[in-house]
Design a protein around this ligand. Structure first.
Ligand SMILES: Cc1cc2nc3c(=O)[nH]c(=O)nc-3n(C[C@H](O)[C@H](O)[C@H](O)COP(=O)(O)OP(=O)(O)OC[C@H]3O[C@@H](n4cnc5c(N)ncnc54)[C@H](O)[C@@H]3O)c2cc1C
Length: 466
């Protein structure tokens, strides 16, 4: 793209939004150039900070006029490159649209701007006795609701409460055609035509921009209890997890952490008391007596698989969970990691995980695994630096192999992080026919192919390697 054209989109945006909402400083461009994946950053042409839906409409219309791509950005915590700007794109940073617009606790709903952060929203809701459940694990303190909706994020509580999609009631969106519309409804049930709202959930900004979100809310549970169990081998931990998920209705969170990840966590001084082995961390929700019953049932299941309960003095499981990605990435410096978030049916878990670990071990490569195993979601992390390093090519091949094997087993290439740049090549294997329908849907919402166009489905079907 020519320098003149870049100048003209910036001028057009400054005219439409006001100069204070269009940032071009080197630090602003750098901050918007990457996400939390270890993929190659890309500086945008400029960063816009809309303060209302009207601004977002103006951005899309200016982009259409100048033929410039648009990449939406929440907190930039994507792990699959979804929020890395398309080359020569305008980034739309929603962090200033972070207000609670309407709170109606009597109807268990709240309407928010897309830039509000998950933990902050739940802190604001606390007094009402309600919460938005699908906590995105280690990024809950920074991830925005707009980013969560756009990736259909799910997290530690998704086992009991489902992913983000289940809680999205209505959206205000600007399509890639520049139309502003509301999709969905605030009433709990509708049969009014095709569900356009659900198309935007998990669309990774490829159909348009989300400028308002109405969420359904859940009552805070009466009581909860968390704890952990330690297993001698990873297959036993997975077998126990699949039984707990299937048979213990109080189970709200059920997380696997393999022994290699536990070893890295133990090196953190405040976690030095962690024992060695493969761990399942759980949380049960319900009335106090249900929690006791649910926890006792989990102990029984763990015992049947040679698992023992971890002492209560171990660090809080969710503090550990919060640190996992970080400690693995640190150990893999300077090159970072390649990761998967494929998901497999519960009964496939033990074989799938132990095979992947065995394959890596046989070649002397490191393979860390943790994940929301109650939902079959597995994060395999392959270090590109440090002990057991993979070459990038080998690790990308293994990532694709694991994704395809998950599909073969009846699962999915992405349980929660999305397709972004990292899973584009294998999406078609999961949806060989459906991918053409996805392309057709995108081309209707975004006929100029400007909305995050290098992510998820590529208009001409060619997926350049990153
Ligand atoms: C340590 C760590 C742990 C994580 N754990 C989890 C986990 O447990 N579960 C999970 O699901 N994810 C997890 N993630 C991934 C990530 O946090 C989630 O995908 C999160 O939902 C992204 O939110 P964000 O605000 O950072 O969005 P971004 O990364 O900024 O954006 C994500 C995608 O949404 C699009 N987007 C953002 N806002 C809008 C908008 N307003 N309109 C249209 N499109 C938009 C972007 O273009 C991009 O495609 C984790 C990430 C980290 C770093």
């Amino acid at each position: 793209m020519s320098v003149m054209k870049r100048g003209s989109i910036i001028d057009a945006l400054r005219d439409a939004l006001g100069p204070e909402k269009v940032l071009t400083g080197p630090a602003d461009l750098l901050a918007a150039s990457h996400d939390e994946s270890d993929m190659k950053p890309e500086k945008p042409v400029c960063v816009c900070r809309p303060s209302c839906a009207k601004d977002a409409v103006a951005i899309v219309r200016a982009a259409l006029e100048h033929g410039v791509p648009v990449t939406a950005r929440g907190a930039g915590t994507s792990l699959e490159g979804s929020s890395i700007p398309t080359p020569n794109a305008v980034v739309v940073d929603f962090s200033t649209m972070d207000q609670v617009i309407e709170s109606v606790p009597e109807e268990q709903r709240v309407t928010v701007g897309p830039g509000i952060v998950y933990d902050r929203l739940n802190r604001l809701l606390r007094q009402s006795g309600l919460f938005f459940p699908p906590s995105p694990g280690g990024s809950a303190d920074v991830a925005t609701i707009g980013g969560m909706v756009s990736t259909n994020a799910s997290g530690i509580y998704a086992l009991k409460y489902g992913g983000t999609r289940r809680w999205v009631s209505a959206l205000e969106v600007v399509t890639g055609r520049g139309d502003l519309m509301r999709v969905g409804t605030v009433v709990p049930k509708t049969t009014a035509g095709f569900d356009l709202k659900d198309l935007f959930v998990g669309a990774e900004g490829c159909l348009g921009l989300i400028t308002g979100i109405t969420l359904r809310l859940a009552p805070v549970p009466h009581a909860s209890r968390k704890g952990g169990f330690l297993f001698p081998d990873v297959a036993a931990a997975c077998a126990a997890a699949s039984e707990m998920a299937a048979y213990i209705p109080e189970m709200a969170a059920l997380e696997l952490t393999d022994a290699d990840t536990m070893d890295l966590l133990r090196a953190i001084p405040s976690f030095a008391s962690l024992p060695k082995g493969h761990a399942l961390f759980i949380e049960v929700h319900g009335r106090a007596e249900d929690c006791e019953e649910g926890f006792a049932a989990a102990e029984d299941v763990a015992g049947e698989h040679l698992g023992i309960q971890l002492p209560d003095e171990i660090p809080d499981p969710w503090e550990l969970r919060h640190r996992m990605t970080g400690v693995i990435r640190e150990a893999a410096q300077p090159d970072g990691v390649v990761r998967t978030d494929c998901a497999v049916p519960l009964l496939s878990l033990p074989g799938f995980v132990s095979d992947a670990k065995k394959r890596a071990m046989q070649t002397g490569r490191g393979m860390y695994v943790f994940g929301h195993v109650g939902l079959g979601i597995l994060h395999f992390l392959m270090p590109l630096g440090g002990t057991g390093a993979w070459s990038k090519d080998e690790a990308l091949r293994e990532k694709a192999r694991l994704g395809l094997a998950a599909v073969e087993a009846g699962g999915t290439v992405s349980g929660e992080h999305g397709i972004g740049l990292g899973n584009r090549e294998i999406l078609g294997a999961e949806h060989p026919v459906g991918i053409e329908y996805m392309r057709a849907i995108k081309s209707y919402f975004d006929p100029a192919n400007l909305m995050n166009p290098d992510k998820v489905v590529i208009a001409d079907g060619r997926h350049p390697r990153r």
